[in-house]
Design a protein around this ligand. Structure first.
Ligand code: 6YU
Length: 499
């Protein structure tokens, strides 16, 4: 995106950014580099980073929020910035790594365990898993009606049942256990309660970038810290939740008034809202005065936002294969392809599909990261860490058949109960289309005498990289560019953001 310095007279325009996650910070950096001087970020919590959050498990650095750079290649600005700041390991920087086309499934070495304590033959289980993933891939070619299959879950279940209809009882039962597990994996990838809530028509709006997903050895927050060094230290005001944004204030010179929870208020020429879609779903009616227009509200409702949490578990020694990178737990009683538990209180743990092994082992020791999505995950958040540890210990003993295995440490995330996030990330809901993503990112008002009073950034506003850090970062740049372009005096430098 070409940035053009705005006219000198416009550099005093007051811009308030709500939220100091990656979208808010990237917008601030771009605006200030372009000459805007009065840029202020108001952050509800006591830290920057939002859903980028690095923590500690014993001496290990672990990610509580975003984990990977999805698709680390030249087209990915998070990869380019991380490389520029020297935050990545040599292997992630190789052209070979950047060129790998893995789509959503990195070629991790798996181990499969079952609920009767058996370790399955990897080839057999993996081939059943591939059959299931191929059906997920078929969603991109599906041209049929959306009434028969409104959701990805219904589509996959139907095709998978058809595929195995003539198989013998034992094979079909195992295939369906694998399919249930794959649906739970997909719930985590999409941050959805069930794949029945993920719209088939919007499922392929997401665009994969090439490159083998990589991590930040010293933590994702390094990206945030480096970006913040590019703006004056007092740019962010912490512990300052915004309560209400009054826009269309035609009587004042500044058309927007921002009211904070502590009763203070300030005027602004432009406000960039970067709060999560989960937060907007819950608080939009109090947050905007006048209320948001109907088409925006409908898109806020239609586009999905759900929970995906992690449960880190540390052991004294590994019980998985030395080369294993991912562990899947298959429930043998799940032969009806289920991704929702009927009784959440007693069976929430069945939603946890398995674990990633933290690599390299020399750095982390025997540490696993479990994944659990949906309402089961939200219920898990209400339990004490000790109760979570007990359930995980019981689960691992059952699946390994080892009655004395005991984790050394357990740490879980709680994104649903984080009052400033209200969940993990967005996904296409039933009936969601690219129009909804456009509506979510559309500024208010878009035309008229005082346009661009309230602008919207954040992962859920990106047309094809929603749910990711790079999507959020690009959305922040997009809104900064919108303002820079608005104040650019040379017509040839003005960009049309309505295309
Ligand atoms: C990625 C990954 N990753 C795991 C987990 C989570 C997420 N993501 P922010 O919320 O950050 O900032 C808003 C700020 O606003 C915040 O600081 C608030 O405190 C503040 N705020 C709120 N209300 C306020 C108020 N009233 N006043 C003032 N301030 C207020 N992304 O690239 N790689 O590995 C993962 C993962 C557990 C929770 C992730 C990952 C998502 C990113 O973390 C997330 O998008 C961005 O950080 C959001 O930044 P932001 O600035 O928009 O908001 C079809 C299809 C498939 C699609 N899926 C494929 C990809 C799957 C994505 N996978 C993610 C997986 C993991 C594991």
């Amino acid at each position: 995106m070409g940035s053009v310095n705005p006219d000198d007279a416009q550099k005093d325009k007051k811009i308030v950014i709500v939220g100091s996650g990656i979208a808010g910070i990237s917008a601030a950096v771009k605006l200030m580099k372009s000459g805007f001087k009065k840029v202020r970020i108001l952050e509800a919590s006591g830290r920057s980073g939002g859903r980028i959050k690095t923590g500690k498990l014993g001496n290990n650095i672990v990610e509580i929020g975003a984990n990977w750079i999805h698709g680390p290649c030249e087209e990915n600005p998070v990869f380019c910035l991380a490389r520029q700041y020297g935050l990545l390991e040599t292997e992630a920087l190789t052209p070979k790594n950047q060129a790998m086309d893995v789509r959503e499934y990195p070629p991790w070495v798996p181990n499969f365990f079952t609920s009767s304590g058996r370790k399955l033959n990897t080839e057999v289980a993996q081939s059943l898993q591939t059959t299931c993933l191929d059906i997920f891939d078929e969603t991109s070619d599906y041209q049929g009606d959306r009434v028969t299959f409104p959701s990805v879950g219904e589509f996959v279940r139907s095709k998978f049942t058809e595929k195995w209809k003539d198989a013998d009882e034992v094979t079909r039962s195992l295939a369906f256990s694998v399919a249930s597990n794959t649906l739970k994996v997909e719930c985590c990838c999409n941050g959805a309660h069930s794949m029945d809530a993920v719209g088939l028509s919007g499922f392929n709006m997401y665009k994969d970038l090439p490159g083998l997903d990589c991590t930040f050895p010293k933590g994702y927050e390094g990206l945030i810290k480096n970006l913040l060094l590019e703006v004056p230290p007092d740019t962010v005001t912490y512990n300052c939740p915004v309560r209400c944004i009054e826009w269309n204030n035609t009587e004042s010179q500044s058309p927007v008034k921002v009211e904070c929870e502590d009763g203070t208020s300030m005027t602004a020429d432009h406000v960039i809202v970067t709060v999560s879609l989960g937060y907007l779903k819950k608080h939009h009616s109090l947050m905007f005065s006048p209320p948001l227009p109907l088409h925006k509200l409908q898109s806020i409702q239609r586009h999905g936002f759900g929970t995906n949490n992690k449960i880190y578990v540390e052991f004294d020694s590994p019980w998985w294969d030395a080369d294993c990178e991912v562990i899947y737990f298959l429930w043998e009683d799940e032969d009806a392809m289920v991704d929702q538990m009927p009784d959440i209180q007693s069976s929430w743990i069945k939603k946890l599909y398995g674990f990633n092994v933290l690599k390299p082992t020399e750095r982390y020791g025997p540490v696993l990261c479990g994944w659990i999505a949906g309402h089961e995950s939200e219920y898990m958040e209400t339990l004490s860490e000790q109760e979570v540890a007990q359930s995980v210990t019981h689960l691992i003993r059952q699946f390994t058949g080892n009655p004395i295995l005991t984790p050394k440490r357990v740490l879980r995330s709680q994104w649903f109960h984080d009052p400033w996030t209200c969940g993990s990330y967005s996904f296409p809901g039933i009936g969601s289309s690219s129009q909804d993503l456009n509506n979510l990112g559309e500024p208010l008002p878009n035309t008229g005498s005082q346009p661009l009073q309230v602008l919207f950034a954040g992962e859920a506003t990106h047309p094809c990289f929603y749910s990711t850090v790079h999507g959020a970062l690009l959305s922040g740049w997009r809104e900064a560019d919108r303002l820079i372009s608005h104040y650019s005096t040379a017509p040839s430098n003005r960009q049309n953001f309505n295309k």
